[in-house]
Structure formats: C-alpha cells, structure tokens
Design a protein around this ligand. Structure first.
Ligand code: HEM
Length: 445
C-alpha cells in the first residue's frame, strides 16, 4: 500500500488515471456490497481501467454521468429547481411543528434525503415511501460489514438491501426514471447499453444511492451544528442573507420573503466559506487507486502492480502551512482570505481528477439553500442548554464525510421578525454562475 500526502504528488497520481485506476477497486467493492450476478461481474470488469480504449461499463460510467450534472447545464438546473422547491415545502412543514423537540440529525436526514431523492428520481421517487427510506438507512449502517465480507453477520443489512433493490426494480420496470433527472436516465441507458439484467441495474442503483445520500446528509448536519453553536458565525451568515433577501408584498398585503439561490451562490461569501470549512473539518475519506502495472511515479517512486495508492483528504485539510495553526477549529471565514486557486487545490472535499464528484454543484446548491432558509426562519436551542459536539468514532470508514455517533436533541422555534409572519420562498433566477469547489472548476469559471 502506498500513501500519497504531498499535494503536488496527488496531481501526478490523478493524471495517470489508467495506470493508477479507481474503477477496478470500485468494481470489486460494488460486486461485494451489492451481490451482483456473475454475468454482471464479468460485464463491469471488462476493460475496467480503460487501457484497451474508451469503452467498458466502469471506465465510461463517470464520462456518461458527468454531463448530466455539469455546472450551468440543463440537467443540473432541473435537479436544482426540484430540490429547492422541496426544501421550501419541507421547511414549511417544520414551521408547522415549531416548538417541538426533535433530533437535529434525524430531522436533517429525513428532509435532505427527501429533497435530494426527489431531485434525482423524480415523482416516482421510491424514497417517498418511508418503508424504503428506512430500509435504505438500515442497509447503509451495515455497508462496512459487507465490504469486509462479513455477510453472515449482516442479515438485517442484506434484507434491507433486498427491499431497496425491489423498490428500484419496480421503479425502472414501470419507466418512472423517464420522469426523473438526466442523471438517473443516464444510469438506466448506460446499464442497458452494456446489457446488464434488470435485477443488477436495481442493485447498482442501491449502490449509487450511497453516493447520493451518504455525504450530503452529514455535511448539512455539521454545517447547521457549527453555525448555530457559534453565535457570531450565525449572525454573519444571517446578515449576508438579509442583504440579498427580496421582500415582496402581494395583492392581499401579505409579505413574502424570497431567497434567490443564485445570489446565495454568488453574493454570500461567508456562507459559502462556512460550507467549505464544514467539509474541510469533517472530510475523513480517502481516494484509492489500483496500480495496474509496475511503474515509477514522478521518476522517483517505484509502485508494484496490484498495489493500492491511498490519497487521504484529511492530510490536505489539516496542513498547518496552508490553513494556519487552528486547523481543528471551525472558522466560517477561513476560505474568505484564501486565494481561490490555491484553496481549491488544498481543499479536496469533492476529490479530484477523473473521479471528481460530479454531484458537487448540486449538493452545494441544495445545502446552501436549506441552511440559508433554515437560519433565516428558525432559532435552534439544544435541550442540554449548551451545544456539545458529537463524537464520530463510529462513523462508516467508507464515507467521505463522517456522521455523528449520536444525535443532538434540540427545540426549534420560528423567528418572529414581523407581526404577521411572512411567506418564505426560494427562487433560482440564474443558473450560469459556476462555484469554484475544486481545482478543476477554475478552468470553467
Ligand atoms: C456534500 C456532499 C458530497 C460530497 C462531500 C461528495 C464527495 C465525493 C468525493 C470525494 C468523490 C470522489 C471519490 C474518489 O475520488 O475517491 C465523489 C464521487 C462521486 N459523487 Fe459525490 N459527494 C457529495 C454529494 C454527491 C451527490 C449529491 C451526488 C449525486 C447526486 C454525488 C455523486 C457522486 C458520484 C456519481 C461519484 C463517483 C464518480 C466516479 O465514480 O467516478 N455526490 N463524491
């Protein structure tokens, strides 16, 4: 096993995406976690590293998916619009329950999973059924056992996986994906083009759901936790959002407050910085690559065929020479005074190179919309009176962002800014602003 910690060397590894390849490792993990048939195992392993040319199920997967969520593209735009509409409705629901006590993580998990899955899967979203949503979370909590080949100790996980798989099978069978996002349609078309059986297409979608939910949920939770537990940061973000808030009055004299998500992305630098800082602090993942042939990296380091190269994000995110001495503190302004090109190289929350997260613009937009509206509408008080950061020792080792070991019990109260409470709306007026979330985004901005 080879550990790569230097930023410069990471760039070198990323450039050699066929000899230092991620798809062979993904194919192995998928076959194990999703229990794919022999036929599908053979299909996904054909030309898995792309060294025989630009073809193969795994090798072409990213290239097929990436355009469906590309910055400023139609696919992303459609997903963003569905997501913010759901966020608006879900926070109206929360307002109706204001005053009650609940678990902050449980709330975020429920609401973010619904908004995200509606945007991805469309009106036929299988996760609207709580039975499927519960089964998914049960499956997710046991993924590590399946990865380690401990299936006989994971009966509940296997049963839960079967439930979600059946739900996806029905979803594809009735053609519900045709009304979903471009991304889900591309998943279907790609699998059909490579002649995967329907059972395995559904199994692969259970695996894809891990990528969709597993990081966006904890990131949103930690962002709310850090902002509410830091009154100054909360105040800074609220002030910024107030500056872009559009106040409208309808024909009945009722006022409406509109948050334009385009302005959140372009004109709320502290909010965006707080988001990146959340990811910097809570990213525990590591990218991995398989060495496909004996080679020398950067003219110096001999790597043996079959070895695994690990690129841990935490090392970059805790480099004192770049981030300063207070690397373990949450500083919502940390990204403000960084040169964006340098910061995007040292910041690896979304990975990089050929496996750079294609969902980053979608995830960022949804998280900014949800947290901004949340902060403007609600005050949150921990039941224990003081905010205590949950530990993360039990977090799944395979995720990029760590989840909390336990929930935080809170009460949520509507903020009374005006005598008659306004209606709250989210809007997306422009979709062409490209946020710099990774070094690769600098080229397109
Ligand atoms: C805050 C939320 C998210 C974070 C931090 C995150 C992070 C990452 C990272 C670090 C990778 C690269 C893994 C590697 O190179 O080893 C990745 C890959 C990926 N992400 Fe995300 N992600 C997030 C949300 C999403 C969402 C919402 C979607 C889909 C709607 C998504 C879709 C994907 C896909 C399909 C890949 C795999 C690309 C490939 O296999 O080549 N991600 N993500």
């Amino acid at each position: 096993m080879y550990l790569v910690n230097s930023t410069q060397m990471i760039q070198a590894v990323q450039k050699l995406s066929r000899t230092l390849a991620m798809p062979p490792l993904e194919a192995k993990a998928m076959a194990r976690v999703l229990d794919l048939s022999e036929k599908s195992r053979t299909i996904i392993n054909e030309n898995v590293d792309g060294r025989k040319g630009n073809w193969g199920f795994m090798f072409m997967f990213y290239k097929t998916i990436q355009p469906t969520m590309a910055a400023a593209g139609d696919g992303l735009n459609k997903m963003n619009r569905t997501s913010i509409q759901r966020v608006e409705e879900l926070l109206d629901d929360l307002n109706a329950r204001a005053g009650s006590r609940l678990g902050l993580f449980a709330l975020v998990k429920h609401q973010i999973a619904l908004a995200t899955s509606d945007a991805v899967y469309g009106p036929g979203n299988p996760f609207r059924d709580p039975v499927n949503a519960d089964a998914y979370w049960e499956f997710e909590s046991g993924v590590i056992k399946l990865l380690l080949g401990l299936d006989r100790f994971a009966k509940g996980t296997v049963t839960a996986r079967g439930k979600v798989m059946e739900a996806f099978k029905e979803y594809f069978r009735v053609g519900a994906h045709k009304s979903g996002s471009e991304m889900i349609q591309a998943h279907y078309d790609h699998a059909i083009a490579y002649q995967l059986p329907l059972d395995d297409l559904a199994r692969l979608e259970v695996g894809a759901a891990l990528g969709v939910f597993s990081n966006i949920v904890p990131t949103t939770f930690w962002m709310l936790y850090h902002l509410y537990s830091d009154p100054e940061a909360l105040e800074d973000c609220r002030r910024e959002i107030s500056n872009i808030l559009e106040r409208e009055t309808d024909e009945h004299g009722r006022s409406t407050h509109v948050i334009d998500v385009s302005h959140l992305r372009s004109s709320c630098p502290t909010l965006l910085s707080a988001f990146q800082e959340t990811l910097r602090l809570h990213t525990v993942g590591a990218s991995a690559r398989m060495v496909m042939e004996d080679m020398t990296l950067d003219g110096k380091y001999f790597l043996k065929e079959g070895g695994i190269v690990i690129l841990p994000q935490t090392v970059q995110h805790t480099d004192i020479s770049f981030w300063g001495p207070d690397i373990h503190e949450f500083n919502c302004k940390r990204f403000l005074d960084k040169n964006s090109r340098q910061a995007s190289i040292a910041f690896r929350g979304f990975g990089g190179g050929t496996t750079l997260c294609p969902g980053r613009h979608f995830a960022t937009t949804e998280i900014l919309a949800y947290t901004a509206m949340f902060m403007m509408r609600f005050d949150v008080r921990p039941s224990e009176q003081t905010w205590k950061q949950p530990t993360t020792k039990k977090a799944g080792m395979w995720t990029v962002v760590e989840g909390p070991d336990h929930d935080i019990d809170v009460s949520i109260h509507s903020r009374q800014c005006e005598k008659v409470p306004p209606r709250w709306l989210l809007r997306l007026s422009k979709s062409d602003h490209v946020m710099v979330l990774a070094a690769e985004d600098n080229k397109s901005s």
